[in-house]
Design a protein around this ligand. Structure first.
Ligand code: ADP
Ligand code: MG
Length: 766
C-alpha cells in the first residue's frame, strides 16, 4: 500500500526494471541469492527496494538493507526512495560512517558497505534484516567483496535456523562471473537476471590521434565544438581530478560567458539559475544597444579563449559513420564562423551552464546537477569518475571521455602511495558512453583512438587486489575468521598483502606472535593464522584503520583521549586544508590569492603552537585547526577565512562524536566527552601524545640523513626509512619543514614530484 504521487508513478513506469518486477520478485522468492544486472539508470537502486517493500519484506519486525560503496549514493538514494514512496526519512533512512537518520520505524535502510560490515561484527546473523541488497557490486570495492563473501555464509545459516534471509547482488555490468562462477562463494550459482535497458543508441566517435598529455585542452576544444555545432542536449565531460575539472569549467565559462557581465559575477554560487539567465539576457540586450556596430555575422566566431589550436584539433576526428554529427565539419581553416551559423544547428548565443562534479564537492553544489538547467541554456557537467555509474545526470546527450581515471596506487612492499592517472578499462569506457543514451540517442566523443581503446584492459581490477588489507584482516579476525587466506573472497588479495597485514597487526599487538619454530612453510602458514588479542578486539571496535585504532586504545594516559580522538579524526578525513594553488584567472584574483595564502600560512604557524607542541608537528597543526574551528562554532565563514575545507571540518566533528562514543563503549570507565572548547594540551600531555602517536605509527619511522652520510646531493634534507632505498622528504607546507628533526614518524608517504611524508611528527631518539 504505497501511495505515490502521479508524476512519480509516471516516471517509474518508464524505467526498465519496472517491467521485470515479477521476474525479479519470483527469483528472490525461489532462491537464497540472486544477481541482478542492469545498465546504470535502469532503476535498480531506486526501484528494487520498493518492490521488496511492497512484497512484504519489511514486515514482521525485519527490514530491508541496501549497501552502497559511496556515501553520496547512500544519502541521495535514501532521500529519493523516500520521496518516491511518499514516506518520511524516518522510514526510508540512511546510515553512513558517522551520520544517519535511522529510527525505530525504519523499514528500508541505505548504508555504506563499511557500516554493514560493522553490524556483522555485532550480530553475525544480521537478524534485523530480511533481505540485503549489495548495490554497485561491479565497482568491486573492498567492503562489497568482503560482504558478499560473508553473506554467502550468513544467508544459508539463517535459512537453516528458520530465519529466512535473502541476498540480492546488483551490478551495472554483466561481468558477474567472479560471484556466480566462484564455487567457494556459492556452491550452486545464483540465477542472474539481466534487465534490458531502454538504452538509446549511442554513436561512438574515436579521435584519430590520442593526445598524450593535454587531454584537458582536447576536452575543451571538443566541448566547444559540440556546443557551437550540435543540437540541444546536455554535455557530460569525464576528466580525472578536481583540479582538471575546475580548469575546464573556468575555460568553458570564459569561452561561453553565461551572462555578459560574468567577469564580476559569482557564477558558481548563483542560487537561482533562471534568475541568472534573466539577468544575462538583459545584459546581452544592453550590450547590443550600446554597441550598435557589433558585427552580428561574426557572432559565432571563436569564443574568446579558443586560439588557433582549435582549428587543428578536429582534423584528428575519425568520422567512423560519416554522420553529420561527427565534429570534423568546420575545421577546415577556410571555414569561417559565418558558415557555421547557417549549418542549421549552431546557436552559440545559447548559454552554456557549466557545473563541476566530484566527490569532495560540497553537497549543495553536487545536488545542482540533478536540477534542470535554466530554461534555454545547455547543461554541461564536468565530472570525475563519480558520474560513471553511481549518479545518473538527467538530459545528457553528449559524452566527452578523456579515457583516463585517477587512481591511488600502493607499493605492496613499502606502502608508498601515489595518485596516478591511468587508462580506464573498456568496460568503464562503455559505461561512460552509455551515459549519453539515457533519454534519447546520443554521442560519445572519445579523446583517444580506437587502437588505444583496443589496448585497454577489458575490466577494472577489484580494489582488494590493489591496496593494503590490514584493516580488513583485523575486521575478519574479530569475526573469528582466523585463517583469512581461506575466506571466500570473490577475488582474493595477494598472499604478500595478507602477510604484510598480519605482520603489521602483530607488531601493533592486535594479533598474537606466531610460533617461531618449524619449517619455513609452516611458519608462513602460521603467520597467516595468528589469533586476535584482547587489544586487537578493542582496536577492531574503532571505525578507523589499525594504526589509528592503536592510538585510540592507548589514549587514556594523562587525559590525552580527547586530543587523540581529534588527531585521529583529522588524520582520517581527506584534505582538511583548502588547496592554495588554484590558478588565478586574473591579476586582481592572483593578488587576492597571494594575500589569502599568506594568511593561511600564518594561521598554520599559529596552530603549530610553541615549545613542546612544535614537535608534534603537522598533528599539532591539525589539532590547533580543529580546536580553533570548533571554538568559532565550526562555521563555513571561519573555514573560508582560514583556509580550512568546511566539508572536512564537519566530517571531523561527526567523527569525533562517533569515536568518543566508540571509546566509551569499549572502556566503560573512560568517560570522555566531546569538548567544543578544548584547551590546548599541556607540555606533559604533548610528550605523552607523541609517544602514543609513535606507538601507532612505529613502522613509519624515518631518520634524517646526517651530513657525514651525504654522498649524493639527492639526499640533501632527505630522510631514510627502513623499507625505501630512496630518500623521503618533509613537504614545504609541513610545520616541521624548517626544523628537520632527527627522527620523525609520518602518516604516509605520498609520491608527487618527490616522495613526501604526510602528517609528520617528531620523535625522541633513545
Ligand atoms: P540504477 O540504480 O539502475 O543506476 P537508479 O535507480 O539510480 O538507476 O535511477 C533511476 C532513475 O531515477 C534515473 O533516471 C535517475 O535519473 C532517476 N533519479 C535518481 N535519483 C534522482 C533524484 N535525486 N532526482 C531525480 N531523479 C532521480
Ligand atoms: Mg544504482
Amino acid at each position: 500500500p504505497v501511495d505515490r504521487l502521479p508524476e512519480i508513478q509516471e516516471a517509474r513506469l518508464k524505467l526498465p526494471v519496472l517491467a521485470e518486477e515479477q521476474v525479479i520478485m519470483e527469483a528472490v522468492r525461489e532462491n537464497e541469492s540472486v544477481v541482478l544486472c542492469g545498465e546504470t539508470g535502469s532503476g535498480k537502486t531506486t526501484q528494487v527496494p520498493q518492490f521488496l517493500y511492497e512484497a512484504g519484506y519489511a514486515s514482521a519486525g525485519r527490514i530491508i538493507g541496501v549497501t552502497e560503496p559511496r556515501r553520496v549514493a547512500a544519502v541521495s538514494m535514501s532521500r529519493r526512495v523516500a520521496k518516491e514512496m511518499n514516506l518520511s526519512t524516518g522510514v526510508v533512512s540512511y546510515q553512513i560512517r558517522y551520520e544517519g537518520n535511522v529510527t525505530q520505524d525504519t523499514k528500508i535502510k541505505f548504508m555504506t558497505d563499511g557500516v554493514l560490515l560493522k553490524e556483522i561484527q555485532r550480530d553475525f546473523l544480521l537478524q534485523k534484516y530480511s533481505v540485503i541488497i549489495i548495490d554497485e557490486a561491479h565497482e568491486r570495492s573492498v567492503y562489497t567483496d568482503i560482504l558478499i563473501g560473508l553473506l554467502s555464509r550468513i544467508v544459508p545459516l539463517r535459512n537453516r535456523k528458520g530465519l529466512p534471509m535473502k541476498l540480492l547482488i546488483m551490478s551495472a555490468t554483466l561481468r558477474v562471473e567472479d560471484f556466480t562462477e566462484n564455487k567457494r562463494l556459492f556452491r550452486t550459482p545464483p540465477p542472474v537476471i539481466s534487465v534490458e535497458a531502454r538504452q538509446f543508441p549511442v554513436s561512438v566517435h574515436f579521435n584519430k590521434q590520442t593526445p598524450m598529455d593535454d587531454y584537458t585542452g582536447e576536452a575543451f576544444r571538443k566541448t566547444c565544438k559540440i556546443h557551437r555545432m550540435l543540437p540541444p542536449g546536455g554535455i557530460l565531460v569525464f576528466l580525472t581530478g578536481q583540479a582538471e575539472v575546475h580548469t575546464l569549467c573556468r575555460r568553458l565559462r570564459k569561452a561561453f560567458p553565461y551572462r555578459a557581465s560574468s567577469q564580476t559575477g559569482k557564477y558558481q554560487d548563483a542560487e537561482d539559475p533562471s534568475e541568472e539567465l534573466r539577468k544575462s539576457k538583459k545584459a546581452k540586450k544592453k550590450k547590443f544597444v550600446s554597441l550598435p556596430r557589433i558585427d552580428l555575422d561574426n557572432y559565432s566566431a571563436l569564443p574568446v579563449d579558443e586560439g588557433d589550436e582549435d582549428r587543428q584539433a578536429g582534423i584528428d576526428d575519425d568520422s567512423d559513420e560519416g554522420s553529420d554529427l561527427d565534429l570534423d565539419l568546420g575545421d577546415n581553416p577556410d571555414d569561417t564562423g559565418q558558415k557555421r551559423v547557417f549549418d542549421g544547428y549552431a546557436d552559440p548565443s545559447i548559454p552554456l551552464y557549466v557545473l563541476p562534479l566530484y566527490s569532495l564537492l560540497a553537497p549543495e553544489q553536487q545536488a545542482k546537477v540533478f536540477r534542470p538547467p535554466p530554461p534555454g541554456a545547455r547543461l554541461c557537467v564536468v565530472a570525475t569518475n563519480v558520474a560513471e555509474t553511481s549518479l545518473t545526470i538527467p538530459g545528457v546527450k553528449y559524452v566527452v571521455d578523456c579515457g583516463r581515471v585517477k587512481k591511488r596506487f600502493y607499493d605492496r612492499v613499502t606502502g608508498v602511495s601515489s595518485f596516478k592517472v591511468t587508462w580506464i578499462s573498456q568496460a568503464s569506457a562503455n559505461q561512460r558512453a552509455g551515459r549519453a543514451g539515457r533519454t534519447e540517442s546520443g554521442h560519445c566523443y572519445r579523446l583517444y583512438s580506437s587502437a588505444v581503446f583496443g589496448d585497454f584492459s577489458l575490466f577494472s581490477e577489484a580494489e582488494i587486489t590493489r591496496r593494503p588489507v590490514d584493516d580488513l584482516v583485523l575486521q575478519m579476525k574479530d569475526l573469528n575468521i582466523e585463517k583469512v587466506v581461506n575466506f571466500p573472497f570473490p577475488t582474493p588479495p595477494s598472499s604478500e598483502a595478507l602477510v604484510a597485514a598480519e605482520q603489521l597487526l602483530v607488531s601493533l599487538g592486535a594479533l598474537e606472535e606466531p610460533p617461531r619454530q618449524g619449517r619455513m612453510v609452516d611458519q608462513k602458514r602460521a603467520r597467516l593464522s595468528c589469533p586476535i588479542t584482547p587489544l586487537g578486539r578493542a582496536m577492531a571496535a574503532f571505525p578507523v584503520s589499525p594504526r589509528y585504532a592503536k592510538m585510540l586504545a592507548l589514549g587514556r594516559q594523562q587525559g590525552c583521549m580527547p586530543y587523540i580522538i581529534t588527531i585521529v579524526a583529522a588524520m582520517t578525513v581527506r584534505e582538511i586544508f583548502e588547496e592554495l594553488d588554484r590558478p588565478a584567472s586574473s591579476e586582481e584574483e592572483s593578488s587576492k590569492q597571494a594575500s589569502r595564502k599568506a594568511r593561511f600560512s600564518q594561521m598554520r604557524r599559529l596552530w603549530a603552537g610553541q615549545g613542546q607542541s612544535l614537535l608534534l608537528g603537522d598533528l599539532m597543526v591539525m589539532l590547533g585547526a580543529v580546536g580553533a574551528c570548533e571554538f568559532a562554532g565550526c562555521t563555513s565563514a571561519f573555514c573560508e577565512e582560514n583556509g580550512l575545507r568546511y566539508k572536512a571540518m564537519l566530517e571531523i566533528r561527526r567523527l569525533r562524536g562517533q569515536l568518543t562514543n566508540a571509546v566509551n563503549a569499549v572502556c566503560s570507565d573512560a568517560a570522555v566527552c566531546v569538548d567544543g572548547k578544548m584547551a590546548p594540551p599541556t607540555e606533559s600531555q604533548v610528550v605523552c601524545l607523541r609517544q602514543i602517536v609513535l606507538a601507532g605509527l612505529g613502522d613509519h619511522l624515518a631518520r634524517r640523513v646526517q651530513a657525514e652520510e651525504l654522498l649524493d646531493p639527492k639526499w640533501r634534507n632527505g630522510y631514510k626509512t627502513p623499507l625505501l632505498d630512496e630518500p623521503v622528504f618533509i613537504h614545504p607546507s609541513s610545520a616541521l619543514h624548517k626544523t628537520l628533526p632527527e627522527f620523525v614518524v609520518y602518516q604516509e608517504v605520498m609520491e608527487t614530484t618527490k616522495m613526501y611524508m604526510k602528517g609528520v611528527c617528531a620523535v625522541q631518539a633513545d
